[in-house]
Every structure is written in C-alpha cells, then in structure tokens.
Ligand binder design. Structure first.
Ligand SMILES: Cc1cc2nc3c(=O)[nH]c(=O)nc-3n(C[C@H](O)[C@H](O)[C@H](O)COP(=O)(O)O)c2cc1C
Length: 228
C-alpha cells in the first residue's frame, strides 16, 4: 500500500496560537486519507537564521553551512511527500520566522535539482482582521512552493489560493469560531494528502513499468559560474 507523509510547519511566534491550531487541524484531516501519516513542526522558539546569500552552497555544492536549528527541520523537509505551511499575517504578509526558514531551503533545490519536483504543498494564513492580508500571505507561501518546484493546491472549490482564517486575535478560540475558515483548513489538509499519495503512487507505478523520468541537471552551475 502506498504511504505518504505530510509535514506541517507552523510559522507563528506563539505557542497555542491560531496558526498552530489550524495546521494541526489540517494534518488531522490529512490523516483521514488512507496511507497518510503526518508530522507537525513549530518554528516557535527555534533558532533559525535567515539566508545571508554567502553562496557557499552554490560554490561548494553543499547544503546550508549555517548551523542552527534549521538542519533538524531540513531533514524532515527533504523526506516529506507533502507540505502544509501555516503563517499568521504580519503587516499583510507572512512572518519573518517562516520567511527565514524558507530562505534557508535555497541550497536544497540547487544541490538536489528536481528533488521536490513531484511533491505538493498547500498554505494556511491566519489574520486578526477578516481581510487583513490573508490572501497576500497565502500567495507568499505558495511562491515558496513554486520556487522549490513543489506543486501546489489551494484545496477544494472555493479555497482559491489556500485556507484563509480570521482569528479575531483570539488565538485558538478565534480560529475555532471561524467555521468557514476551518472548513477551508480541513479541505486543504485532505487535498494535499490526496495529491501527495497520488503523486507517490504514480511515481512508483512508472518505475514498476520501467519508465525513467529525466533527472534534472545542475542548472545553477552555468548560471552562477562567475559569482563571488
Ligand atoms: C506584528 C504583527 C503584525 C500583524 N499584522 C496583521 C495584519 O497585517 N493583518 C491581520 O489581519 N492581522 C495582523 N496581525 C494579527 C495576527 O495575524 C493574528 O492575531 C494571527 O492570527 C496570530 O496568529 P497566532 O495566534 O498563530 O500567533 C498582526 C500581529 C502582529 C503581532
């Protein structure tokens, strides 16, 4: 039986907040899909530096050389089949915490081109105001998926770019009260899990038929050949 793993990452600076609740609810919904298991990771309290564009990854063909709490999560990220990224809305966009984390993923797709190509991700944004920038935040998180060649879904009909939740600045309680938002969250969790499972089964089926998919080239070698 095909198995797939969905990794949920919460980019809130607070424990027990609206975003943590939503990411966990999405993962619960992912688990309703047969063969799917999940893992939740909170970035809260983690020491994760942002990318400083030292380009050591490109020059030396290595993963990120900055050593902090990032490595432990990177390992999970490299292994997962699907992703749910959740962020509170800060200044109508995602939190610096989740942006710092995502910027450090840069070497993963440079050193392992195509590694994430047939995986899938979805996004959740919780804002204190009903229309406080959730869509902008969702698009920012989806741009992370696009950058790393991860396929992306917003969830079932009406979700558009992902799950937008109005927390009323009341942490978990506020999110729970947003019934429409929570419906989007569970829909997203299920759809990401289904897509991850289908992609994984499809890859295996092709392999069993002897179909070899093209391995991506190290495209950045020429692109960055004169960099300092
Ligand atoms: C620095 C800061 C900026 C914020 N900016 C916005 C904003 O632009 N729009 C909005 O709707 N809510 C904004 N909020 C409220 C949070 O997005 C909201 O309370 C969110 O649900 C918090 O998630 P959490 O409970 O997981 O921490 C902001 C909160 C903080 C601390």
């Amino acid at each position: 039986m095909t198995k797939a793993k969905i990794l949920g990452i919460c980019g809130s600076h607070r424990k027990g907040g609206a975003t943590e609740y939503c990411v966990k609810e999405a993962l619960k919904s992912s688990e309703s899909v047969p063969g799917v298991e999940t893992e939740f990771v909170s970035l809260q309290g983690k020491k994760i530096m942002h990318c400083i564009h030292c380009n050591k990854c490109i020059k030396d063909g290595t993963l990120c050389v900055i050593k902090d709490d990032f490595q432990e999560i990177q390992e999970k990220f490299l292994e997962a089949d699907g992703y749910i990224l959740g962020s509170p809305v800060y200044q109508m966009n995602s939190t610096p915490l989740i942006q710092d984390f995502c910027s450090r993923l840069r070497p993963t797709y440079l050193v392992y081109p195509g590694h994430f190509a047939n995986r899938v991700g979805g996004a959740i944004a919780t804002g204190g105001t009903r229309h406080g920038g959730q869509e902008m935040t969702l698009l920012t998180l989806r741009n992370v998926f696009l950058t790393y060649e991860i396929l992306t879904t917003g969830g079932p009909g009406g979700n558009y770019c992902g799950a937008a939740v109005w927390s009323q600045d009341k942490k978990e309680l506020g999110a729970k009260e947003d019934l429409v938002g929570m419906q989007k969250v569970t829909g997203l969790g299920r759809r990401v899990a289904e897509a991850a499972l289908i992609l994984k089964a499809g890859k295996q089926a092709l392999k069993d038929e002897g179909v070899e998919l093209k391995k991506e080239d190290l495209w950045f070698k020429d692109h960055y050949k004169d960099i300092e």
